[in-house]
Design a protein. Structure first.
Length: 351
């Protein structure tokens, strides 16, 4: 009976968060340079869903174009990115058993940065088309993840500490190469492009990209949710897991590769967006505890809500100008995180 009540509370909490997410969608659709009433937004959404005509049809009016071609793609992308980054944050913190871990601590951030820097300043990957910067960043992020796995397995099987140290070492190497390229390129316009890309943006959201990224993120979230027991064991450590009959070595590597795949696609679609994978898992852990069966779905929905609201604020804080989302997330997230740490008791791992 107690398990039934716990599952019912989790289901109810997820329903409430889903309601908040839908409300955030409609709020974000209504704001911007052109303010739209909720009734017209609702009609535009329902009309498109009930018809089989392509979204890009040119005869549906300006409200349809604003909702379906400009605002809704970036809102959906922000929700997917928030969901993916929050989930990866939970997984990374479990893999390395470190509360300061986020999707970028294992060198993934530096790998993506090196890929983007090489594309912008050296022209590498221009044959990939107009999205070559994001594609090169994706390749860099995933390549560094594979390198982390390879190095951590040298001289014996990898563990959480070897993964962390390998990630930090490769992060320093990638940072050095990126600085080397920037120093010798002497390209002011390219440096401005790198700076803006590193702050993240959803302005380039397209439905074609979303239809590729969304299934990967959603499937990964459900996969990790099914692995709640293994993730809980990771927080207890390898020795405790072995006494319970589970070897965490292979799980750790599989989880890292899947997380890196998510981060790579996020980097490809929206640039570098940090801090979400660090703060959201901590905030949710303070509210629902450390059990990953509850932590993962709540963190995924919370991350989606957080980025949808943050993206909406980025479009209205400065009139006729879009604030880079990375700046706003840091300004909002850090004070909230400090407040929650002060007001609530908190534990991590087996505590």
């Amino acid at each position: 009976m107690s398990n039934f009540f716990r599952e019912s509370r989790l289901f109810l909490l997820c329903l409430v968060l889903l309601g908040f997410l839908i409300s955030a969608f409609f709020w974000s659709l209504s704001i911007g340079t052109v303010k739209l009433p909720l009734e017209k937004i609702y009609l535009a959404v329902v009309e498109q869903l009930l018809t089989n005509t392509p979204i890009e049809s040119m005869d549906k009016g300006p409200i349809h174009d604003i909702v379906w071609l400009l605002r809704l793609p970036r809102i959906v992308l922000s929700a997917i990115v928030g969901c993916g980054l929050a989930t990866c944050g939970v997984i990374m913190q479990a893999i390395v058993k470190n509360p300061l871990a986020d999707p970028y601590i294992l060198g993934i951030s530096s790998g993506a940065s090196l890929g983007a820097t090489s594309a912008i300043l050296l022209g590498i990957g221009m044959n990939f088309g107009e999205n070559f910067i994001g594609i090169c960043a994706f390749i860099g992020a995933f390549a560094i993840s594979l390198a982390v796995l390879f190095i951590s397995n040298l001289g014996g099987r990898s563990n959480s500490m070897k993964l962390l140290l390998a990630g930090m070492a490769l992060s320093a190497v990638c940072g050095a190469f990126s600085s080397f390229i920037v120093y010798f390129a002497n390209n002011k316009e390219g440096m401005q492009t790198i700076s803006y890309w590193m702050m993240g943006s959803f302005a380039g959201a397209r439905w074609n990209n979303i239809f590729v990224i969304a299934p990967i993120v959603i499937f990964s979230v459900f996969f990790f949710w099914s692995q709640s027991r293994i993730l809980n064991l990771m927080l207890l450590g390898d020795e405790s897991a072995l006494t319970l009959g589970t070897d965490l070595h292979i799980y750790r590597q599989i989880y890292l590769l899947i997380s890196s795949l998510i981060v790579g696609f996020v980097v490809y679609s929206a640039g570098m967006i940090g801090f979400v994978g660090l703060i959201v898992p901590h905030v949710v852990r303070m509210l629902v505890g450390t059990d990953h069966k509850k932590l993962l779905p709540v963190a995924a929905l919370t991350g989606a809500i957080f980025l949808v609201i943050a993206d909406g604020l980025c479009r209205i804080i400065i009139p006729r100008t879009e604030l880079p989302i990375g700046i706003l997330i840091s300004l909002i997230g850090a004070p909230c995180f400090v407040y929650l740490m002060i007001k609530r008791s908190y534990g991590f791992g087996g505590n």
